[in-house]
Design a protein around this ligand. Structure first.
Ligand SMILES: [Zn+2]
Length: 395
């Protein structure tokens, strides 16, 4: 558990440029010492001595939008919905997916919706050391009004009172954040704000009073997105319909965006092997381009971007965060900004920035040793030479 990484190039996640020939010591799972240059004298004997020559050290990655109960793939979401009463099956799948995320370099994650709130049990089991996975902050169930889409892994409510009871139920059940759906589409195809300003504010107040963040799923239309931002939601999930006016308000309120560009990208890349219909392809293309335009608007407005894939809640598979970062670079983030979207900024959105998100003394040793430099090529985040979670070697 005690080790020293010598002579490594450090990209610490704070936004500082990379520093060559750094030495990083880890004691009892915590980063205890960082220094530059040749080591004259190192006071601790019995440390594992790791040669970091020609490698780059970065913080462990964070995916801010996952659904561990779902596998992803073509039928992943519907399978999760169909089997939503088989708790053992859902839980074992969630355990497998947590492992997949972990070995891909993801040391923390946010789960934003699972059947029966099973992700809270997953997060607790990992924290207790019973199973292995990233540090998970879980919303439990995903709450929304009964007028919007009704997959069985979301909990639907039909009044302000019912929403209040449902949020309180999540809080008392151990939720680490509150997740609601704030947008919907009527049968005539028009989008609308499903909660309205009043219920949006109620949810935010209940969450914040309990010390939790509030996240709003917004894929259908500007009205609901506006209401969510205006009410003070901490994050908007999916950058689909963000106009300049909403972007301006997000900047003013300090709202985070979690674009989830992977979800539309995956559908388009898979369209041929799935033999998707013309309509499905057109719809994915339309969402892809509105989402890219919205994300670019967010970048231009200087909004805080946290990376998330929607793994399990879409065809995206768990452990895919690096591809999301590649897509963020394609739409305009620098590699440094993309890395921070999945480290420092992501930790700030989750609220565990005192523990993780950067390589600094006093932080948990959630570390990736890479063959390559992600500031030169973001894809090198896939080339994990060694990985540590709280100082424990994972790979
Ligand atoms: Zn989702």
């Amino acid at each position: 558990m005690n080790f020293l990484i010598r002579n490594v190039k450090l990209v610490d996640g704070t936004g500082a440029e990379s520093v060559p020939r750094v030495n990083v010591a880890v004691q009892e799972g915590v980063i205890s010492w960082i220094d530059q240059g040749p080591i004259q004298h190192f006071e601790y004997p019995h440390y594992e001595d790791i040669n970091g020559e020609d490698l780059t050290l970065v913080p462990g990655l964070i995916d801010c939008h996952e659904h561990f109960a779902g596998d992803g793939g073509q039928f992943g979401v519907s399978i999760m919905a169909d089997e939503s009463d088989d708790m053992a099956l859902i839980f074992s799948r969630a355990v497998s997916n947590a492992r997949r995320a972990l070995i891909a370099g993801q040391t923390s994650a946010r789960d934003v919706g699972s059947p029966h709130g099973i992700s809270i049990k997953l997060a607790k089991s990992i924290a207790a050391g019973a199973i292995e996975g990233p540090r998970i902050t879980a919303s439990g169930e995903w709450l929304q009004m009964s007028t919007t889409w009704g997959y069985s892994f979301v909990k639907t409510v039909d009044s302000k009172e019912a929403m209040e009871a449902a949020v309180k139920n999540q809080i008392s059940g151990g939720a680490g954040l509150i997740k609601v759906g704030a947008t919907g589409t009527k049968s005539d195809g028009t989008s609308y704000s499903t909660l309205g300003p009043d219920i949006c504010r109620l949810v935010v107040d209940l969450a914040h009073n309990a010390g939790l963040k509030a996240a709003a799923h917004c894929t259908d239309g500007i009205e609901g997105t506006w209401d969510a931002v205006n009410a003070g939601f901490d994050s908007i999930e999916h950058a689909v319909h963000i106009d300049d006016r909403t972007a301006h308000l997000m900047k003013k309120n300090g709202t985070y965006i979690v674009p989830t560009l992977s979800t539309w990208d995956y559908r388009i890349r898979a369209a041929n092997r799935w033999k998707s219909s013309r309509n499905e392809r057109d719809s994915s293309e339309e969402r892809k381009w509105t989402s890219i335009a919205s994300t670019k608007r967010c970048i231009k407005a200087g909004i805080k971007i946290a990376a998330g894939t929607d793994a399990g809640g879409s065809p995206v598979r768990h452990g895919s965060i690096v591809h999301e970062l590649e897509l963020l670079v394609e739409v305009g983030l620098t590699p440094m900004e993309a890395l921070q979207a999945s480290t420092k900024t992501a930790a700030e959105l989750i609220g565990n920035q005192n523990l993780v998100g950067t390589v600094e003394v006093g932080k948990q040793a959630d570390l990736l040793l890479l063959d390559g430099d992600p500031l030169e090529d973001i894809a090198s985040l896939r080339n994990i030479w060694a990985m540590f979670l709280g100082g424990r070697r994972i790979r």
